[in-house]
Design a binder for this molecule. Structure first.
Ligand SMILES: [Zn+2]
Length: 491
């Protein structure tokens, strides 16, 4: 094969495989409690069934089926009425039975879709191929050369969701990941905490020339512990594949890991052949019938979902994208609603959260869903916005107040007093500052009079600096305009 001399435009072809634990009270096939496997003492929530002892009999957890149906309905899937569980046989130390109970030919949910909102304001429909119920495995813990296994997670209900390969790049993968996580959070079936492993997303990635419909060799990326990593790993793999094809090489089917520190994928293993899982119907479980009546009763009780909430926020004046950002994390959506309830203008509230609060949280290494772990309460943020609306402080002073509340907590009005940021209503002080600035910058004044209007921006900046954040912007503008016009002889 010779190296290509022309440059082809490529596009990514990405499908996501998602594993979401269903946070029911008890496990999928036994009565053991579902616990936080990152904090509970290892192997304390186990029994003969989830430890895979011979001769034990599993019993289907009805609540887990209900949770899975909720997700299927929220993803516009067809819900099967007849469900067959299947044995997926493979050996792994964290799977003591030697097989996982899953679903194969007859998944509970199939042929669904959801719509994602993209940063450029466009929307895109992503197909959901299937979603099926299975059980989680135990967790291997590697300590100093030894491998230990915690079976608390063994048998926790797990929903595997597989998308169609409709995703083209990391941005779309991220938007889908956020959308799906929000749906799970709103339904109350999963906390969405990827760092704890209760939600795991694995992209399958290939590339092809734009306009082609072929599917080239794909790689999958595992061990992604945030949605941001899903985006970065997807874009990284797309670039890597393009380089391989462009240089005349061939992409090898492989499982990749993600090196968070180096922000690159690393080869874990190549796949010589597909696994033979020897699926067959699980003989210890009956066929599960999910009646139309039951499914419709579940549908009738679905809570408000992210799209409905987004539409409601758009009606309150928000742009589609801002609204989709705010609803993407359940805690952020709740926070924003409380800012509105506390009397802040919705549009201003959205701006302050997305542009100012998120920036400060980002610097403090707090992701958006941890909005309740920082010190600015929704009521405090609403109070700050109202202080600006009332003309008590200007925008710049408000940012300083937000810095203070974010760092130390407390009431915005108290910080305004403490930092001496209240705006002056004293016109003569503004006039004096304008005179001082014009006197100190005669050259700029002449240039303004000669028609160079952009000098105004510089001069108003000097005036505001004189006011140390206390001059109302509109007043300063008016005074400077009047004095400049007088100096230019325009009056
Ligand atoms: Zn158990």
């Amino acid at each position: 094969m010779t190296a290509k001399t022309t440059t082809t435009a490529y596009e990514g072809v990405i499908g996501l495989e998602i594993h979401a634990e269903l946070e029911t009270e008890s496990k999928m096939f036994c009565g053991c409690a579902v616990v936080d496997s990152t904090t509970a003492a290892p192997n304390t929530y186990v029994c003969p069934i989830c430890l895979g002892f011979p001769g034990v009999l599993p019993v289907i957890n009805k609540r887990a089926v209900e949770f899975a149906i909720k997700v299927g309905l929220a993803l516009n899937c067809e819900i099967a009425t007849v469900n067959v569980f299947a044995r997926k046989s493979y050996f792994y130390p964290d799977l003591p039975k030697g097989y996982q109970i899953s679903q194969y030919e007859l998944p509970l949910c199939k042929n669904g879709w959801t719509e994602i909102d993209l940063p450029d304001g466009s929307t895109k429909r992503i197909g959901i191929r299937r979603a099926h119920l299975e059980e989680d495995t135990g967790k291997s813990i590697h300590v100093g050369g030894s491998s230990l296994i915690d079976f608390n997670r063994s048998g926790v209900p797990l929903l595997e969701i597989v998308t169609e390969p409709d995703i083209r790049n990391g941005i779309e993968a991220e938007a889908f990941g956020r959308k799906l996580r929000a749906i799970l959070q709103y339904l109350g079936v999963n906390s969405g905490d990827m760092s704890k492993g209760v939600l795991r997303m694995e992209p399958n990635i290939s590339v092809r020339p734009v306009g082609s419909t072929e599917f080239r060799t794909r790689t999958e990326v595992k061990n992604l512990n945030s949605i941001r990593s899903v985006q970065r790993a997807s874009d990284y793999e797309i670039e890597r594949h393009i380089k391989v094809w462009e240089s005349g090489g061939e992409v090898v089917q492989a499982t990749m890991g993600w090196d968070e520190a180096r922000q690159q994928t690393v080869l874990q293993r190549t796949k010589e052949s597909a696994h033979d899982y020897r699926y067959f119907p699980e003989p210890d479980l009956p066929i599960l019938n999910t009646s139309r009546e039951w499914v419709e009763a579940i549908r009738a009780h679905l809570p408000e979902l992210p799209d409905t909430k987004r539409d409601r926020l758009m009606k309150a004046g928000l742009s589609r994208y801002d609204a989709s950002v705010l609803v993407a994390d359940r805690p952020v959506a709740d926070y924003f609603e409380r800012v509105m309830q506390a009397g802040a203008d919705p549009k201003k509230g959205a701006n302050w959260i997305i542009n100012e609060l998120f920036a400060r949280m980002n610097k403090a290494a707090l992701s958006a869903e941890r909005v309740n772990e920082q010190k600015v309460s929704p009521e405090a943020l609403a109070g700050l916005i109202k202080l600006v609306d009332a003309g008590t402080i200007n925008n710049n002073a408000a940012k300083k107040v937000l810095d203070a509340v974010f760092a130390e907590g407390g009431e915005p009005s108290a910080w305004v007093a403490k930092l001496g940021l209240e705006q002056t209503q004293d016109t003569s002080a503004v006039e004096a500052a304008v005179e001082k600035v014009l006197g100190a910058n005669p050259g700029e004044t002449d240039r303004f009079c000669a028609g160079e209007e952009k000098v105004f921006k510089f001069l108003i900046g000097q005036v505001m600096r004189e006011g140390r954040g206390k001059f109302p912007a509109e007043l300063a503008n008016d005074v400077l305009t009047a004095k400049l016009n007088a100096r230019c002889g325009k009056s």
